[in-house]
Design a protein around this ligand. Structure first.
Ligand code: NAD
Length: 305
């Protein structure tokens, strides 16, 4: 297809102002236009899916996760789908480090006490330091590697889980999916960085929480439905794990009545682990690269469909 008009859909406003991206891409040799013109565009940059996108030649997702797009319909309509994998290593790595430091230095507890103006020191043995602790990262892609990198710098010993079990730089040991239960036993932190696919749906279930240490904490920055959230809630309520930090949920926004909101040792963040003021530049660079490649007839970078 001929790329003359590239639209920026208004749904990207949930992550950054769409006008910032349009301005960042204004030097491209194509018209970069706002939301109102999307039906007349040849390509769209978006967060959400719309039926109308099946009419364009190329859709770029500003997220790495593309589970909201209907792959088969894209394929049958000859629509190319690209994603933003590759840019969230440092942001998500630092967010996960923040969760672990909150748990080890008790920061979430102090913030909660502060909202009630309460001066309340933790028990002498509640706080600890990260060197000497270990974390198992399930999913060794961009997010997993970013997490391993930042945690490694904090002295955490990091292992990983991937389908093949083959080694990955930055991970001291890598387990195959088949050995998941063994991998999550005896670590202080289990961290999920997986995409949502048919294969990963509820991959993290009651058996995983059962296999974890009672003192261990669970982190999910991948996608909510990768985790059986009822099993997680049960594990937290029964004390079979010690806490959790969660950025993604089976239903988002997390409903007000969710028991996860009320738990002292659960940190809830609103699907923002990868937020950064640089987001429009990072994702814009992928769009720019693909516009260049389209011009020169090369294959798309980060093509999913
Ligand atoms: P990526 O493609 O770089 O990495 C995904 C990894 O998961 C790959 O290594 C892949 O081999 C592995 N994988 C896929 N299916 C698997 C399976 N069944 N078992 C084991 N491993 C499997 O993608 P990424 O940039 O690291 O992002 C991963 C996911 O994290 C995204 O799909 C998205 O859903 C989520 N994400 C969340 C946020 C957030 O804000 N919380 C931000 C970015 C990405």
């Amino acid at each position: 297809f001929e790329l003359e008009r590239l639209g920026v859909h208004e749904s990207v406003d949930q992550v950054f102002p769409s006008a910032e991206l349009s301005a960042y891409l204004s030097d491209l040799p194509v018209d970069v236009v706002g939301d109102e013109a999307v039906p007349d565009c040849d390509a769209v940059v978006t967060l959400e899916h719309r039926e109308a996108f099946l009419e364009v030649g190329w859709v770029h997702s500003v997220q790495a996760g593309v589970d909201r797009f209907p792959f088969e319909e894209f394929e049958s309509n000859d629509v190319v789908l690209t994603n933003s994998t590759g840019i969230h290593d440092r942001t998500v790595g630092e967010t996960v480090a923040g969760y672990l430091l909150a748990f080890s230095r008790r920061l979430h507890e102090h913030v909660a006490n502060g909202t009630e103006r309460r001066w309340d020191q933790p028990a002498w043995d509640d706080a600890f330091t990260l060197p000497g602790t270990s974390a198992c990262v399930v999913g060794t892609g961009t997010l997993g590697s970013g997490v391993a990198d930042v945690l490694g710098a904090l002295g955490v010993s990091v292992t990983g889980v991937r389908r093949s079990g083959d080694p990955v730089p930055g991970f001291e040991e890598v387990y195959a999916n088949d050995d998941l239960l063994e991998a999550v036993a005896d670590v202080e932190f289990v961290i999920v960085t997986l995409p949502l696919t048919d294969e990963t749906h509820h991959l993290i279930d009651a058996d995983v929480f059962e296999a974890m240490d009672e003192e261990a904490r669970f982190v999910n920055v991948g996608r909510g439905p990768v985790v059986d959230q009822d099993a997680l809630t049960d594990a937290l309520e029964s004390g079979s794990i010690a806490g959790a930090a969660l950025d993604v949920f089976e239903t988002e926004p997390l409903p007000e009545e969710s028991p996860l909101w009320g738990m002292d040792e659960v940190i809830v963040t609103p699907h923002c682990a990868a937020f950064t003021e640089d987001y429009f530049r990072d994702t814009g660079d992928i769009v720019r690269e693909n516009v260049d490649r389209l011009e020169s007839g090369e294959a798309f970078h980060n093509r999913v469909v």
